[in-house]
Write a protein that binds this ligand. Sequence first.
Ligand code: SF4
Length: 462
Amino acid sequence: MHVVSVQDFAEWRAKARPLLAGDVPPAQVVWNASDGQSGLFDDTPPPAGVRVVSINKDFLPLAENVALHRDGGKWALLYHAAYRLSHGEPHLLKLATDPLVHALAMMEKAVKRDAHKAKAFIRFRSIGDDTFVAWHEPDHLVLRKIGPFFARRFSDMNWSVFTPDESMHWDGETLSFGAGGDKNLVPQDDAQEALWKEYYRATFNPARIKIKMMKSEMPVRYWKNLPEAEIIADMLDEAPERVQAMLRYSQEIPDSAEPFVPESRCLEDLRHAAAGCEGCPLYKPATQTVFGEGAPDARLMVVGEQPGDEEDKQGHAFVGPAGQVLDAALKEVGLERRKLYITNAVKHFKFLRNQAGMRLHRTPTQKDINACLPWLDAEIEALKPTIILGLGVTAGKALFGPSFTLHGQGGRWHPKGEAQGRVTWHPSAVLRAPDAAEKEAIYREIVENLRIAASAAKKDGE
Ligand code: SF4
């Protein structure tokens, strides 16, 4: 029997590796959890002489999230999964009904949800000298997961967040972590609090006054740390009609991918993170996130609208009928698809089911586009294309703003950050065109714009 003490994910990885390499079955390992978090994302090389064990790449992000769960049994579950993955079950994670996979998925979901709540509910209070502090009591050990988000959002402030387990600190340049704190160390009232109350009054989100919804969106245990909780009773008296109207609005939350976008600007990291995006309601009925794909050094980025039925099933962009039109146009221009980067403005398939159960495409609204925009922006930042070709008006609105129209601004160059962009028809317009002449005309415009974009990207790279 092996008795192993472990504090954090890095230590678990380091200790699990030789056990897996030695074929030690899960039943022969007792994992003792102890408190504390450190070096979570270290990639420690295996000790000399220890066999390298390969595990499905999807396990790592899952394990990183599960490692933040408060339940100390997580280490044994992770080892069990790692053992099965490395001992004849490489596709274990695809078996959603497997009790172990299900348990890990539930733990990951709880951690992600807790991180999301933390991003929404942490409130800073001023302690002078442009320094702010916040107190938060998360269900899980999510501080390190949310740290980069706050560092990005409040990059020009000095701030600290204290939890009972640990604390994090930002000095304008560096994010650091320390021991847990005491709620009494964090001031409970200041000018910021008054501002928060005003802000809350002004932007009043009625999900917070429907008690059941409040409990789900804003867990009761957080209320005591939120300045605005004090004014909820007053607001209930003051604005019953407004409350009803706003309740309808509240059902539309969440409305942005931003809390899910990691700090990293590596396309692979973004892809992994986007797989778990719940930034707007579109993820619920869809099968999966369809993220961009292609050469990480591509100069030409092609942006479509959203995945269709086939893309949603396969998890790849432009693999359905519109993709075939695009492939034909690319071939005509002599562009190899693998040398481009192809993505969509919205990463989940938006559809309606008809009575026969068929999924019918619905055009994304501006709200859908805005919600998903942080992913497109992050892809552009990561890829740094010199030329961006938008396909369809949805891509145009995502790239150049809500007032974009194909007739008004299509087929011309517009600056997009460091890149130059232009927009033409979406290939599905060829399929929808009423007659052969119009199909041909639209197709020719797509080919011509591809040719111009390819030539500009080539010139730019010379
Ligand atoms: S459509 Fe975009 S924002 Fe909405 S859940 Fe999917 S990836 Fe997230």
